[in-house]
Structure formats: structure tokens, C-alpha cells
Write a protein that binds this ligand. Sequence first.
Ligand code: AHR
Length: 374
Amino acid sequence: MKKKLISVLLTGVMAASLLAGCAATTATAPAPAAEEVKEEAEEVVEDVEEAAEEVAETAEAADGELISVGFAQVGHESDWRTASTKSCQDVFSEANGYDLSFVDCDNDEAAQKEAVRSFIEQGVDYIIIDPIIATGWDTVLTECEDAGIPVIVIDRTIDDSDKYVSWVGSDFLTEGKAAGEWLKAYAAAQGITEINALIIQGTIGSSAQIGRTDGFQSVADAEGWTVLDKQTGDFTEAGGQEVMESYCKSYEGKFNVVVCENDNEAFGAMTAMDNAGVTYGPGNDVILISYDACTAGLEKVKEGKITADFECNPLAAPTVEGVIQTLQSGGTPEKEILVPDNWYALADQIVDFSVDGNAQTMIEVTDEVIEAQY
Ligand code: AHR
């Protein structure tokens, strides 16, 4: 904005200078008229120069007030991600005093590191990273540290470096355990004695995948359930459909639970099961479990397709902004800040269960609940 204004004004200065020059060179005869034009043109040059200076000063001052933030986002693979991006762009807006550089890294780990390095080059005030995968971060975080730029990690965790100020996100391990503990209680209530589960995992190596897979598996191990297979659908609808198509062929008639590690994978899995003639949802062949609980996911719960949906709240940006404000005022933010999640089902699928000894509450999916979701 600042650069644009200055360049417009400089163009004005150049135009006026040319005019003045012209007036000077064409000032042959009659002399008094040419002299007048020349003087007027010189005055215009002076005025424009003054205005340019003023604008530059105002812009400098305004820029000084804006906090520059670089955000290296994972990509655009899911409804959840869309909600997360929108939340960040809303929070880190110019109206709120921020100058946001946003990079959609399209699930490419190398591109994400490059984005961080470009933020260092730009000399932003803060860098926010939602790490595609949990490892491989220490070198680039050291570069941020050397440049004196504080890093805030949002959503997924970084597991092999602590060179960041704060992490703000959901507890993925608890999400996975909650899905497992709910299934245990629900199966008992339904008189289901055997669980044969298929899992469609998220992006392998992401902390969202690791936590959800490990959390569910810990309950499966404790209960002696059979996990027939685990394959990644990369958190996408197309990935979920592809994996489920192959599962439907390989495990025909052998499974009664499908766990999708996000809603978009569940949508793809539904298409594959529809095509294969497998019924799912309460009272059908397959119990379908999902994570995220975005609007479209809860709609599928309401329609009786997803049996239970375990939220991962994408609206962490306001909390990240709180971290930045704490740093701005010289404070020390907490290293780990949890964003709370809820668990959702229809009334008949709500059962009592605990995670690590803590009683859990489920929310009944109604039109009002869906309306209020992201
Ligand atoms: O990291 C959060 C996960 O990433 C969400 O569950 C998923 O939808 C997204 O792509």
C-alpha cells in the first residue's frame, strides 16, 4: 500500500519535472509567457514532492503500527483446513493491526520450510507454522531463532525441536482415545461383542495422524479388538474413497467398524461403501467414526451416516493472537495451550465413557448445533 502510493506520487513528480523541463526548453519567445509556465511547473513539482514526503511519513507511521506475521499453512485438503485459514485471515487482518503474509503449502514439506525461510528474508515480526509433519524442524527453527523472529506453532505439533515460543492446538491423542472409549461403551450398549476395524489414517507423520491412530489403537489393544488394516487417505476425500474402495474389495464382509481420521476421508469412504453396497451408520453393517466435526461432518451425523464425530477445533487463531499480544507487551506466554474439543452423536448413540479416568460429555447433534459449527 505504502509502496503503491509513493510510486504514484513519484510518477507525478517525474511528470511535473518533465513539464518544467519542457517549459524550460521551449522557452525561446515570447520570454515572459514561457517563464511563467516554467515557474508554475516548478511549483507543481515542489507541491508534489511535499505531498510525496507526507504520504511516505504517514505510511511509515502506519506500517510501524502494523504487526507483520507470516503464516505457513499446511494446505487446503479439508473443510477443517478451510475453517482454520479463514479464522487466521480474519484475526490477522489489517483492521486488527496486522500485515499477514499467508502461504498455502499444499501439503509439501519442502515448500513449507521455504515459506518459513521467505518470512525470515522479509523480516516479519512473527512466524506461525502449522507443521505438515511433526519432525525435521530444528534447522529452520534455529534460523528463525538466529534472526530473532519468534515462532508460534498452531494445530499440529513439532516433536523434534523446542525452538518455538508456544504451541496452540488440540490434543490428538485424547481425540483418538475418546473415539476408542466411546466405541467400547457403544458396542457394549448395542451387544456387539466383536470389533473388526479398518482405519483410514491422515497424513502419515503429522501429529494429528499419530495421536488419533495411537489413541484409538491403545483402546483396541486393551480390548483385544482386531484392527484389520491401516492406510493413509492423506486427510482428503479422494484419498478416503480410494482407500475404502480397496478395503471393500480386500475385506468384504469382514469389517464392522471404519475409523476415518477426518470428515473429508469419511465422505470419500461413504461414496466407496455406497458403491460397494455396504451400509453404515446407526443400525447398519458398519459403525462409521470420524474426526473434525465440521458442519458437513455433523450434517452426516444428523443424517445417520457418521455414527460419532470427534471434534478438532480449527479456531485457534484468536488464541495465537493472544500469544502475540503477550509477547508484544513483554510477557511470557505458556509453552502449550490446549484448544478444547467436543464429541458429537445423535441422542441414541450418546453413551457414558471416560478417557484416562475423566468422564466425557457428548453433544447431541441438532440443527442448532450444526448451524453454530464452522
Ligand atoms: O491437523 C488437523 C487435521 O488436518 C484435521 O483433522 C484435518 O481435517 C486437517 O487436514
